[in-house]
Design a protein around this ligand. Structure first.
Ligand code: ASP
Length: 584
């Protein structure tokens, strides 16, 4: 070992010890007759001190040190005269007796401090320097702890971690597959798994009744800030269970992780909300329930005047923003602009100020009497001082989505979405299908192996849109952390499902023949779910971006700015794979 201690571990109790430390030069300062070096490694920073008079032989070396040089120093631990309470090692310093330069460094392209001068692109290009910064490094440490605790929790409960292949058959359903050409089988391709879904179900058929895997998944989707083409799932499956068993097991896992990793205890059962209620009251299948402002439908009570917008609307939805009756013209215009943004897409916004004196002032005063507005306020549950915001339209789902945007925006403006408050819940009873306008057919809301609710089974062929599923998501602070379902384990039901999805028997056989075949050899009832590890980590520390929890992430165009991928490959490689690149 080159060193006796790390840069984060020496304390006042170590005074007078002879030590050897290795690390990177964070900072060099000359002060009077002294030279101070902050030496950094993964564990912390320790101050090194050199005295011009007594250690003059070290001066040439010390003088040549630049930022991020790698050095090894020998010295004596001494009590510091000017202690630094902000540093765990701040009570001591090392009186250096020897310095060896292990490696030099170019001047780094940005400062290696939490508050760095490097922009995103630069930091990603030099991610290996970025990771030297505490804030990035700490995220990786946190991620390690989360994974460690997940493994502990699940191993203690008889879950077996089993690896499944990365080179699999392409069966795109939902997202696009990344494909890999096979050299040995010309013209044929593997796909990278979007998730190990079929393999974990096969493991249940194989009798591995509790499976998990911390596993990379790959989806060739258009990227948003919180999406990566490759991401990690905590993937789980269990046999001989009902929905409640799964929810309890994994609620327990999340509670365990939050407690051990972050010291946060949830001493209550996570509430459960049906998908229908989530949509009705929050306009989202991942409601942020840190705050109220639930939706109230006014559709039937606003048709008392000649206001054609409301008279013709199929849905009129309101929320009451607490204490916002004093909003200025400018603030109200700002909200109108917000809902009219293309991504929200509302045509306009109606407001009602519930004045402190019990009167009302609204943008539709011309059409509605004070009594009308009082009825609205009562229905919405608005108090004097509140601001009622109303959106309307033809398509209730669209209005709900617009109101969801507005509600979250009001939550932000009112400071009701603090990062250190956690509001978990389960959203259950998702619809089995959603209609795709693009493909003009029903698509699985979750995936085609999700079991329909028994009581809805007889409508699978006649009214598929009304069938609900044993499907569930764990949601926290408006973010989906994970989701899963009870699976179909009956071959005939699986066939009906494929037919409902517009897949004829031959196509289903071609795509999913392997799983269907396995279902003929004693498939046990089984269920499972998967969590997005990157997202769970970001949630635990209250951050939005998952990118900061991935050591080497890609940018929004799916590019790794560090190694430059994706890149072209050589003609030789193409020839070997019998591939030709056609440029569009
Ligand atoms: N494989 C599913 C997914 O990736 C999760 C599950 O149903 O277990 O979303």
């Amino acid at each position: 070992m080159l060193r006796t201690h790390t840069c984060g571990e020496l304390r006042i109790t170590d005074v007078n010890k002879e030590v050897i430390l290795c690390g990177w030069v964070k900072k060099v300062r000359k002060l009077g007759g002294m030279l101070f070096i902050d030496l950094r490694d993964r564990y912390g920073v320790t101050q090194l001190a050199l005295n011009f008079e007594t250690q003059s032989h070290l001066f040439d070396v010390a003088d040549s040190l630049g930022r991020e040089y790698v050095i090894k120093v020998k010295g004596l631990v001494a009590e510091r005269s000017n202690k630094n309470a902000n540093m765990p090692t701040g009570d001591i310093e090392i009186i250096v007796s020897d310095i060896e330069i292990l490696n030099t460094s170019k001047v780094p392209p940005f400062t290696i401090e939490d508050d760095t001068d490097g922009g995103d692109e630069l930091r990603m290009k030099y991610r290996y320097l970025d990771i030297r910064r505490d804030c990035v490094k700490n995220n990786l440490i946190l991620r390690h702890k989360v994974v460690h605790e997940v493994r502990n929790y699940l191993s203690d409960r008889n879950f077996l971690e089993v690896e499944t292949p990365f080179l699999i058959k392409s069966t795109p359903e939902g997202a696009r597959d990344f494909v890999v050409p096979s050299r040995m089988n010309q013209g044929q391709f593997y796909a990278l798994p979007q998730s190990p879904q079929q393999f974990k179900q096969l493991l249940m058929v194989a009798g591995i009744d509790r499976y998990f895997q911390i596993v990379k998944c790959f989806r060739d989707e258009d990227l948003r800030a919180d999406r990566q083409p490759e991401f990690t799932q905590i993937d789980c499956e269990m046999s001989f269970v009902e929905q409640n068993d799964v929810l309890e097991m994994f609620e327990g896992m999340m509670k365990h992780v939050f407690k051990v990793v972050r010291g946060i205890e949830f001493d209550y059962d996570f509430p459960r909300m049906t998908w229908a209620d989530a949509m009705k009251y929050y306009g989202s299948d991942k409601p942020d329930i840190r705050f109220g402002m639930k939706f109230v439908e006014l559709t039937d009570i606003v048709k008392t005047s000649t206001f054609s917008v409301f008279n013709e609307a199929k849905a009129v939805i309101a929320i009451a923003a607490p204490g916002c009756a004093e909003y200025t013209r400018k603030e109200l215009d700002g909200l109108t602009e917000f809902v009219k943004r293309p991504q929200t897409g509302a045509k306009g916004l109606v407001y009602v100020k519930c004045n402190a004196d019990g009167t009302f002032k609204s943008s539709v005063d011309k059409f509605y009497s004070q009594e009308d507005l009082a009825t609205w306020a009562k229905t919405v549950g608005a108090n004097p001082g509140d601001l009622i915001l109303v959106l309307s339209g033809d398509d209730i789902m669209k209005v709900r989505k617009q109101m969801n945007d507005l509600r979250l925006e009001m939550g932000n403006r009112l400071g009701l979405r603090p990062h250190d408050t956690y509001a978990p819940l389960w959203v259950v009873d998702f619809p089995l299908f959603e209609w795709s306008e693009e493909e003009q057919r029903y698509m699985s809301m979750h995936h085609p192996f999700t079991c329909p609710k028994i009581e809805d089974l007889d409508r699978l062929e006649t009214d598929p849109g009304s069938v609900n599923a044993y499907a569930y998501d764990m949601v926290m602070n408006g973010v989906e952390l994970g989701g899963g379902s009870i699976r179909i384990h009956d071959r005939e039901l699986q066939n009906r499902m494929f037919r409902a999805l517009g897949l004829d028997d031959a196509t289903a056989q071609r795509k999913f023949g392997c799983l269907l075949g396995a279902f003929e050899y004693g498939a046990p009832p089984h269920a499972g779910l998967a969590f997005g590890l990157d997202r769970v980590c970001a949630m635990i520390v209250g951050q939005d971006s998952i990118r900061d929890f991935i050591a080497f992430p890609k940018n929004n165009s799916g590019r790794d700015l560090m190694d430059g991928s994706p890149t072209e490959i050589s003609q030789e490689q193409l020839d070997e794979l019998c591939l030709q690149v056609v440029r569009k």
